[in-house]
Design a protein around this ligand. Structure first.
Ligand code: TUI
Length: 316
């Protein structure tokens, strides 16, 4: 059930991608998702260097023979080197975030890499389709980390109508109901970050996972709107200090100072008070840290149950 064209495009069993989360989406998480039949993705974030990416790819190859991807964060200064590493290592899929990947598309496509940009608008979706993207991750503002302005519910159907390549919905999806809703909006699959961050295999600090389990529907806030780089994180002391500085019209340098290293501090050192605990709005739904395989199996089973409930008869 729920096999879509995206599964054939990417060589996967279930149309579920794991979001590229800086410091969290390492070789171990990516390999676990790929082994479970989804598409695991290694993230570069904005601080990784090309040698580390190469090592992560090689580690993942030792953990799975199934396809996996790399997420290239376009604000990272090493993007051209990442493109070379990905091609040399024979990675099959690249997702991009936080910018327009247009100038790297021809080289990646010529090397046979499937390119899936993350887009926050119809305009960028149309542009990257013209430039040769194979599919799109359409991410609503419900997502964690660096975000756009439109909601998943409003954005996905508008992009589906505007392009002819497969659309993958992201932002606010963490269970079978969200998965089914995304397909109903015309998407061929989903990408999830927050749900996979709260998995057994994700090696983020335990305090981060605990913060997720304690979070509710109103636990996230967007920082950095004034800087042009809005980022959704869990409300904590860092978020309050950031908001205070922003409201006082602090300079970019001052805000950068507060933000620098904050994600690493939370993810690796477990500082969930003055660190940046990125999370999507759906974090309030997560009540359990589970193995990746169970996350995927539970989503597929719940989606089928919900579909049967709507139809009033059994399918599949
Ligand atoms: O990339 C993400 N989410 C991220 S990346 C990240 S790493 C980071 N680390 C420290 C501080 C800040 C970030 C954390 N979260 N999501 C994909 C995404 N891309 N969401 C929105 C966009 C986007 C926004 C504008 C994509 C393209 C875009 O284009 C503008 C343009 O150039 O046309």
């Amino acid at each position: 059930m729920f096999r879509t064209g995206l599964c054939d495009l990417l060589g996967i069993e279930y149309p579920i991608l794991q979001g590229g989360m800086a410091w969290l989406s390492d070789a171990y998480l990516a390999a676990a998702v790929s082994e479970a039949g989804g598409l695991g993705v290694i993230a570069t974030g904005h601080l990784m260097d090309p040698d580390t990416l190469r090592r992560e790819i090689e580690t993942a190859k030792g953990l799975t023979t199934k396809p996996f991807g790399v997420n290239i964060m376009l604000m990272n200064p090493s993007v051209p080197e990442f493109v070379d590493v990905v091609i040399e290592e024979g990675v099959k899929v690249v997702t991009t975030g936080a910018g327009n990947p247009g100038r790297y598309l021809p080289k990646l496509r010529e090397a046979g890499v499937r390119v899936i940009p993350v887009v926050p608008s119809v305009a960028l979706a149309k542009r990257v389709e013209k430039e040769g993207a194979n599919a799109l991750v359409v991410e609503g503002t419900e997502a964690g980390g660096h975000i756009g302005e439109l909601t998943t519910m409003a954005l996905v159907p508008q992009v589906v109508d505007a392009v002819s390549i497969p659309v993958i919905a992201a932002g606010g999806i963490a269970d079978g109901r969200g998965f089914l809703a995304a397909l109903a909006l015309g998407a061929q699959g989903v990408q999830m970050g927050t749900r996979f961050a709260a998995s057994t295999e994700c090696r983020v600090h335990e305090n981060w996972k605990k913060a997720y389990l304690e979070a509710g529907d109103r636990s996230t806030v967007v920082t950095g709107r004034s800087t042009g780089h809005p980022v959704r994180i869990i409300k904590n002391k860092l978020a309050r200090e950031f908001a205070k500085l922003e409201s006082q019209g602090a300079s970019l340098e001052e805000l950068d100072m507060l933000g620098t290293g904050a994600l690493r501090r939370a993810a690796l050192e477990g500082d969930v008070v003055m660190g940046s605990v990125m999370a999507g709005q759906i974090v309030g739904l997560i009540r359990e840290v589970k193995p990746v395989k169970d996350i995927i199996c539970d989503i597929m089973a719940e989606a089928q149950r919900e579909l049967e409930r709507l139809l009033g008869f059994k399918v599949g």
